[in-house]
Design a protein around this ligand. Structure first.
Ligand code: TXA
Ligand code: MG
Length: 325
């Protein structure tokens, strides 16, 4: 059910979550100061309480109201990428947000979405927490139809004429003085971030699972995905379909789903989640995914999501036939 901004404001004031558009993927919003609304989000999504939420703000300057120490190293990133698909994890003041939003952590994740409809809403409600608008573990929603698929046609969805652009979640950087660490690949490429920071942020690692979005199986369809660079049909492996590129041919494939041209990582990324959902709609059980890709950092986010969706942990380059059951 589509709702206006005014209706969304009043639903949110009554602790009822509303799906909101952003330039990355659709979000499921509650007011960041509303414990009851946030609890509902966790319940509706079936999200583990250990997985904290991103706080969405509508101005760069309001960050200082919540953050304990804003490191100088945050400013070049904020100037370069906000509004936009970069989330920054920073230590926050005590009681800045309900504990449940932060999963009890001393930090919180912030971003300023580059989406006029979302910014207008936040202007009227104050900061909003918004995880991606999908059931936990499912591919994120890039179209309103995906939200209806997961939460039903009566779920309130903020009306907007502006679509999602990236089709993948924000990139997450975690501040660990004296450096930023990469918590999640996403809409902003590592090379763009390196261009601003002057170094490639190392992958975040810690004994504690501080960024549960990095937990393994995620963004997953029902079908088993087999990632590979080569597929030899004569080896006797059969698949219900192939996810591949529109400028390549896949002889013997029963069914082909095109991400886009292999020269356009952004186009392919934008289509990925919709294709993963389509596999379920068509009842596919096993699907081969062509990941014969250039090593450019622009493909890293797509590969990361495919890896999580397929439950294949290491090494993409498995010798021909080897990875197929
Ligand atoms: O593009 C996006 O980021 C979308 C749109 C709606 O803004 N949101 C999104 O939210 O992807 P979600 O909840 O699906 O992913 C949030 C990620 C999780 O991986 C979570 O673990 C991480 O942010 N996160 C949140 N707070 C954190 C914190 N304090 N420390 C480390 N990671 C944190
Ligand atoms: Mg998510």
């Amino acid at each position: 059910m589509r709702v206006t901004t005014a209706e969304a404001v009043s639903l949110l004031a009554n602790s009822s979550p509303v799906a909101i558009p952003t330039e990355t993927v659709w979000g499921l919003a509650a007011r960041a100061d509303d414990e009851e609304g946030i609890e509902r989000i966790f319940a509706i999504k079936n999200r583990p309480p250990s997985n904290p939420l991103i706080v969405h703000i509508n101005s760069k300057s309001c960050l200082s109201a919540y953050v304990k120490e804003l490191p100088d190293e945050a400013f070049p990133l904020i100037d370069a990428f906000w509004p936009g698909g970069l989330t920054l994890v920073l230590p926050v003041k005590e009681n800045a947000f309900p504990d449940i939003a932060r999963a009890g952590l001393p930090t919180a994740a912030f971003r300023m979405p580059d989406h006029e409809t979302a910014l207008e809403l936040i202007e009227r409600t104050g900061p909003l927490v918004a995880p991606s608008a999908n059931k936990s573990g499912r591919p994120s929603a890039t179209l309103p139809e995906h939200i209806e698929e997961d939460f039903g046609v009566d779920f309130p969805i903020l009306h907007s004429t502006i679509p999602c652009r990236h089709g993948i979640e924000s990139t997450i950087l975690i501040w660990r003085a004296p450096k930023w660490c990469l918590g999640r690949f996403g809409a902003i490429s590592p090379s763009a971030i390196e261009g601003v920071l002057g170094y490639a942020p190392p992958h975040f690692s810690d004994d504690r699972p501080l960024c549960p979005g990095q937990m393994f199986r995620h963004y997953a369809p029902q079908a088993s995905l087999f990632l590979g660079t080569t597929w030899d049909p004569s080896a006797g492996h059969t698949f219900d379909g192939v996810i591949g590129f529109s400028d390549r041919s896949y002889a013997h494939a029963k069914s082909i789903l095109h991400l886009g041209p292999s020269s356009e990582p952004e186009t392919c990324m934008f289509r990925l989640y919709a294709l993963l959902r389509e596999l379920d709609q068509r009842g596919f059980q096993s699907v081969f995914v062509d990941i014969d890709l250039p090593s450019s950092t622009h493909w890293q986010a797509l590969l990361d999501r495919l890896k999580r969706a397929s439950n294949q942990s290491e090494s993409f380059h498995v010798p021909q036939g080897n990875r197929l059951p």
